[in-house]
Design a protein around this ligand. Structure first.
Ligand SMILES: Nc1nc2c(ncn2[C@@H]2O[C@H](COP(=O)(O)OP(=O)(O)OP(=O)(O)O)[C@@H](O)[C@H]2O)c(=O)[nH]1
Ligand SMILES: [Mg+2]
Length: 191
C-alpha cells in the first residue's frame, strides 16, 4: 500500500493544506496509536513508537493511497510528566480536534485490559457532541486469550453504554483486526 509521511506540526498553522478526509488516532499515552498506524500500513518504521509514554509529541500526517490521511496524535493521561508538558500535549490534541475541518472520524484506542479512563470518557463525550464518527479499537489483544478478550469487550461495552458494534479488537503484534480496521476506515471515509 502506498503510504507517505506528509508532515508533523504542533500548531494548526503547520497542518498541511490538503483536502483528504482525515482519520485521527487518539487515546492514552503508550496505548499503541503509532504502532497501530504502522501495522495498518504494513511498515515498522514509518511512525515512531516507543517503550516510554510520550513518544509522539506532534500531530503527524500520513497519506495513504493518495486518498486518506491517517493522523497520529500525542497521547493523553500520562501521569509522570510535568503539568506544563501535560498542558502542552493537551493543547496540541485539542487544537487538532477543534480546528481541523478535514477530520472525518476518530479511531479511539484503548488497552483491552484496562477500564476506560476519565480522559477516554471525555474524548467520547466530545466526539459525540461534535458528531465525529468513531470506532473504539481495543488493542494489545495478544495479551489475552479469546475468552478473556470476549469478557473484557462485554465489560467495556457495558461501562461505556455502547453496543458491541462500536468496537474492534486489534493487535499490532499479531496484526489481528487489521483487515476489519481497514474495512471500517473505508466505511468511515466513504460518502
Ligand atoms: N503486546 C503489544 N504491544 C503493543 C501493541 N501495540 C503497541 N504495543 C507496544 O506499546 C508501546 C507503545 O506503543 P506506541 O505505538 O508508541 O504507543 P502510542 O499510543 O503511540 O504512545 P504515545 O505516542 O507515547 O502516546 C510500545 O512498546 C509498543 O511496542 C500491541 O498490540 N500488542
Ligand atoms: Mg505515538
Amino acid at each position: 500500500m502506498k503510504a507517505e509521511f506528509i508532515t508533523s506540526a504542533k500548531e494548526p498553522k503547520g497542518y498541511p493544506p490538503t483536502e483528504f478526509p482525515e482519520i485521527a488516532f487518539a487515546g492514552r499515552s503508550n496505548v499503541g496509536k503509532s504502532s497501530m498506524i504502522n501495522t495498518l500500513l504494513g511498515t515498522k518504521k514509518l511512525v515512531k513508537v516507543g517503550k516510554t509514554p510520550g513518544k509522539t509529541r506532534l500531530v503527524n500526517f500520513f497519506l495513504v493511497a493518495d486518498k486518506t490521511m491517517l493522523v497520529d496524535l500525542p497521547g493523553y493521561g500520562f501521569a509522570k510528566v510535568s503539568k506544563a508538558e501535560k498542558a502542552q500535549w493537551g493543547e496540541t490534541i485539542e487544537n487538532y480536534f477543534t480546528e481541523r475541518k478535514q477530520l472525518t472520524a476518530c479511531i479511539l484506542i484503548m488497552d483491552i485490559r484496562r477500564d476506560p479512563s476519565d480522559d477516554d470518557l471525555g474524548m467520547i463525550y466530545w466526539l459525540d457532541h461534535y458528531n465525529v464518527r468513531k470506532v473504539i479499537a481495543l488493542t494489545k489483544c495478544d495479551k489475552l486469550s479469546n475468552n478473556q478478550q470476549a469478557s473484557r469487550l462485554a465489560k467495556i461495552s457495558k461501562q461505556l453504554n455502547l453496543s458491541k458494534d462500536n468496537f474492534l479488537r486489534f493487535s499490532s503484534l499479531t496484526r489481528n483486526g487489521k483487515e476489519e480496521m481497514w474495512a471500517k476506515i473505508d466505511e468511515l471515509t466513504s460518502d
